[in-house]
Design a protein around this ligand. Structure first.
Ligand code: PMP
Length: 396
């Protein structure tokens, strides 16, 4: 018999979410997560995945995964420190370090895990963390886990960051102070002001931490936001995910050798959770090899993103100020945003609505993620559908 306390808690809260229209019904994809997906037997143009370069379905990665699986098996068998470190894990970390222009790297089972691991391995209750208010949930949770004092600064507001860094540094209350930012912000597609952040960090002796989940593979010839600004030797922690542009699963920290050595002995998801599957690690290695040898996929991604942005702008949509392929179509009103996304779906475009509390009230948007795998025809068709649905709902 489940506890009545639990039963009541779940019933009340689920009903509350459903009554407010906030209960997220999750769609099931009947096949691969490519540029065209199938849901309930219907084919849709997929503008919702983070598979930026189309590598999630790339045959070269599939082959690498299959070969490693044959050689090592499907699972790594244990946590890394017991006997779960395989040659593919080491090879992946060496490739990641080279790719990120750092001394070393450490791989985790996911990007989320990585933020939980890395922040709490170096920060504690005697420290402070300056965190951009729009940082990803995994950063927020990683900060909380560390028990450090969390000081949020206004999004991308360098005056606010400077003032708060000064106050924290001069207070004498903290042993270490860290500044954390996303490299690319996933809801608006804007790029962190890293040159200014690094300058402020140097002035107040801050540890610098950049989560580049959406910048890696996309900016800086693929190496990410830090490389894009030429700051590879100025950022202490470069976080990345292997699940977006790389197309597989996993996360990593790239940085100085001492930092990585420390994470190997002190970060809990590394010490207490089974390592990446050998197949996933091998597929990631293949992806990095592809990205290191050619910029063709990035060029295609940017070409497609520019094409979609221009097309949506030309027909009158507000696409915000994204500096990356992330393309929000800003509607404003929450109910209208959800209705618009539903209408797009009925017409054949899969693009999700994003509303409060994920974004501030009144800034509801439908977020589009064009990829290198989309064809011009798919994008043209999507733009046509946007036009039809936008006119119907009085958005354009
Ligand atoms: N950090 C950021 C900035 C992200 O956008 C995401 C993914 N939504 C993550 C971390 C988590 O990455 P993963 O999906 O690999 O766990």
């Amino acid at each position: 018999m489940p506890s009545r306390g639990l039963e009541n808690f779940l019933k009340e809260n689920l009903e509350d979410l459903k009554s407010k229209g906030l209960y997220n019904e999750i769609d099931t994809l009947e096949g691969a997560n490519g540029p065209i997906i199938k849901i309930n037997g219907r084919e849709l143009i997929n503008l919702s995945s983070n598979n930026y370069l189309g590598l999630a379905t790339d045959n070269r990665l599939i082959e690498a995964c299959n070969e490693a699986t044959k050689e090592y098996g499907v699972g790594a068998g244990a946590v890394r420190t017991i006997n779960g470190t395989l040659k593919v894990h080491i090879e992946l970390e060496e490739k990641l370090a080279k790719f990120k222009h750092t001394e070393a790297a450490i791989a985790y089972q996911s990007g989320f895990n990585c933020n939980m691991a890395a922040i709490s391995a170096v920060m504690d209750k005697n420290d402070a963390i300056l965190s951009d208010e729009l940082n990803h949930a995994s950063i927020i949770d990683g900060c909380r886990l560390s028990k450090a004092k969390i000081i949020r600064f206004n999004h991308a507001d360098m005056d606010d960051l400077r003032a708060k860094a000064k106050e924290a540094a001069e207070s004498g209350l903290y042993n270490k102070i860290m500044v954390i930012t996303d490299g690319v912000f996933s809801m608006d597609g804007d790029i962190a002001k890293l040159p200014e952040i690094v300058e402020i960090a140097e002035e107040f002796d801050l540890i610098t931490y950049v989560d580049d989940a959406h910048g890696s593979g996309v900016l800086g010839n693929g190496a990410g936001t830090v490389k894009h600004f030429g700051l590879s030797d100025k950022v202490d922690f470069q976080i990345g995910t292997l699940s977006k542009a790389i197309g597989v699963v996993g996360g990593y920290v790239a940085g100085k050798k001492d930092l990585i050595d420390w994470l190997k002995v002190r970060s809990r998801p590394f010490l207490f959770s089974t390592s990446l599957t050998p197949g996933a690690a091998a597929a990631c290695i293949e992806a990095i090899d592809i990205l290191s040898s050619s910029t063709e996929l990035q060029e295609k991604l940017w070409e497609n993103a520019d094409y979609l942005k221009q097309g949506l702008k030309d027909i009158g949509f507000d696409i915000g100020n994204s500096e990356t392929p992330i393309t929000p179509v800003i509607i404003g009103d929450e109910v209208k945003t959800q209705a618009f996304s539903k209408r797009l779906n009925e017409e054949g475009v899969y693009a999700k609505s994003i509303v409060f509390p994920t974004v501030p009230r009144g800034t509801g948007r439908v977020r589009n993620m064009p990829t290198a795998a989309h064809t011009k025809e798919m994008l043209d068709q999507a733009i046509t559908i946007y036009k039809k649905a936008g006119k119907e709902l009085g958005i354009i």
